[in-house]
Design a protein around this ligand. Structure first.
Ligand code: C2O
Length: 552
């Protein structure tokens, strides 16, 4: 194992997309940001220097951060943000993970432009459990706003309404040829992600959904995709035409090119999956899969084939796709699904409202302000970091224990919503003794409409033991749980109008954020935190914070 050292200078960079130029926050002037490479078992040290005018922190999405909660990164959860002119070195080890993860800013909406891939290779000499690909390529989906994204969310929170949707999706930061822009020819040439391939080869696409607010379908015309892992954990391979990927999720897929030069190029396309009309970007982004023409030595063929993607609201397609995901559960890569459960939780996730303080001025539903909650608690971040408050024994006035394990006022979650849709504010955590085996059912509510919520848990991977539509039935559904080879991951879509059940073991001391990875829902409060206590053994205790940990 080695130590991989990086310097990330957070800075302002002028970037042109959709024929407009704006100043965005980048790492080292790159958009998307640099790829972080490591092998499983390596140490990583990223020295972040904040040369931007914003408060910044970076999160290593999906890295388990075993005994290194101080490096996890969410602002006001594990650290105070790095102030302009300051720096912080994130130090952690990659343990028990190999595949694709990603890093992104974890404060306000800065992750709109501050993100990049994390490529984790197996330890030297350890093969993939599938035939090795000839080439590996990160394919990162994002969103682009013509306006400044910090202004977009600030305005939404001020008015209590929904933020403007993005103006385009991107693939590796590029908007592609399908958007109307001032010069279609220029856009097709410079703004399109083009993957040049050779016939008869296998390419591993390292897919990352870094979009702020949309789950996506992704497909490559006339080619299939074989899914071999999700969230840096191997799955039993399966082959599909279209994959589904929620914000936060990653997946490695194999694409086999045609055996001979086909004399054509193919579009790859991504487009949203959603069943809430009108509050999302419903455009399509395209890249190009271009075969090198052996005869012409680099001649460019325009794509003639476009993929057929599912309908925008095809929830059953999504349910069928996610049902195919199974962990490898082999001798080398066993599934350690907790079988005896110590604590059970049932969380409702969904939207809600805050009353408007000045009647008639709020742009949310029926003159209210938009909100979102878990068990009706809309989480409010403190002005200091939860983990710092916990570690120094000064939690008073920062957070309280007692986040509700069950809804305080049960209702028919997928039936007629209650008359009162107001949520309550709170900064509450669930306290778990070290090693607790947790089962958590996440239930979507139909308040302001059923919607899929990609829930992300920091600090752990979890097993997805069950999912279904309608209300979770505690009497009958657990009997159908898959506790043998359920998929293991760090971000799961709670089905629109349905539920999902996950299990994990709380074997990592620290404060761990859990939230909807739709950034707008996170801004509205769809988030909470788990406080996992130290265990009794020396290797079960969180070490003290690094000396350069930012202070608020
Ligand atoms: Cu990828 Cu808390 O986030």
């Amino acid at each position: 194992a080695e130590t991989r050292k990086y310097q990330f200078d957070v800075q302002m960079t002028r970037v042109t997309r959709l024929c407009g130029t704006k100043s965005i926050v980048t790492v080292n002037g790159q958009f998307p940001g640099p790829t972080l490479f490591a092998r499983e078992g390596d140490r990583v040290e990223v020295a972040v220097v904040n040369r931007s005018p914003y408060n910044v922190s970076l999160h290593w999405h999906g890295v388990r951060q075993l005994l290194s909660a101080w490096a996890d990164g969410p602002s006001y959860v594990t650290q105070c943000p790095i102030q302009p002119g300051r720096s912080y070195v994130y130090r952690y080890r990659i343990v028990g993970q190999r595949g694709t993860l990603w890093w992104h800013a974890h404060v306000s909406w800065l992750r709109a432009t501050l993100y990049g891939p994390i490529v984790i290779l197996p330890p030297a000499g350890v093969p993939y459990p599938f035939p090795a690909p000839d080439e590996e390529v990160p394919v990162v989906f994002g969103e682009w706003w013509r306006n400044d994204t910090e202004a977009v969310i600030a305005q939404a929170l001020r008015t209590g309404g929904g933020p403007n949707v993005s103006d385009a999706y991107t693939i590796n930061g590029l908007t592609g040829p399908l958007y109307n822009s001032c010069s279609a020819a220029a856009a097709a040439k410079d703004d399109t992600f083009t993957l040049r391939v050779k016939p008869g080869k296998t390419y591993m696409l390292r897919l990352i959904n870094a979009a702020l607010n949309d789950e996506l379908f992704f497909s490559v015309a006339n080619h299939t995709l074989t899914v071999v892992d999700v969230d840096a954990l191997y799955v039993k391979p399966f082959t599909v035409d279209t994959i589904v990927i929620a914000p936060g999720q990653t997946s490695n897929v194999l694409l086999a090119t045609k055996p001979a030069y086909p004399g054509a190029a193919y579009y790859m396309e991504a487009r949203p999956y959603t069943n809430t009309q009108g509050t999302f970007d419903n455009t399509t982004v395209a890249g190009v899969l271009e075969y090198e023409d052996p005869a012409s030595g680099g001649k460019i063929n325009l794509p003639v084939f476009a993929p057929t993607l599912p309908q925008i609201n095809d929830t059953s397609f999504v349910a069928n796709y996610t049902a195919k995901l199974r962990s490898l559960a082999s001798a080398e890569y066993p599934a350690a699904v907790p079988q005896a459960i110590d604590r059970r939780f049932f969380f409702t996730v969904g939207l809600g409202t805050h009353p408007c303080s000045v009647n008639g001025t709020c742009q949310g539903p029926n003159g209210s302000r938009f909100a979102a909650s878990i068990n009706n608690v809309s989480f409010v971040l403190p002005t200091t970091a939860l983990l710092q408050a916990h570690f120094s024994g000064r939690s008073n006035g920062v957070y309280s224990p007692g986040f509700p394990a069950f809804p305080l006022a049960p209702f028919n979650y997928t039936g007629v919503p209650p008359n009162n849709t107001n949520v309550m504010n709170g900064t509450k955590v669930v306290v778990l003794p070290f090693g607790t085996a947790v089962e958590l059912v996440l239930q979507d509510t139909g308040i302001l409409g059923a919607e899929s919520h990609p829930l992300h848990l920091h600090g752990f991977n979890f097993y997805v033991v069950g999912q279904g539509f309608g209300n979770f039935d505690p009497a009958n559904d657990p009997a159908k749980f898959n506790v043998v080879d359920p998929v293991e991951r760090n971000t799961v879509g709670v089905p629109a109008g349905g539920w999902v059940a996950i299990r994990f073991r709380a074997d990592n001391p620290g404060v761990w954020f859990m939230h909807c990875h739709l950034e707008v829902h996170m801004s509205w409060g769809l988030k909470m935190a788990w406080l996992v206590l130290d265990g009794s053994l020396p290797n079960q205790k969180l070490p003290p914070p690094p000396l350069d940990l930012p202070q608020c």
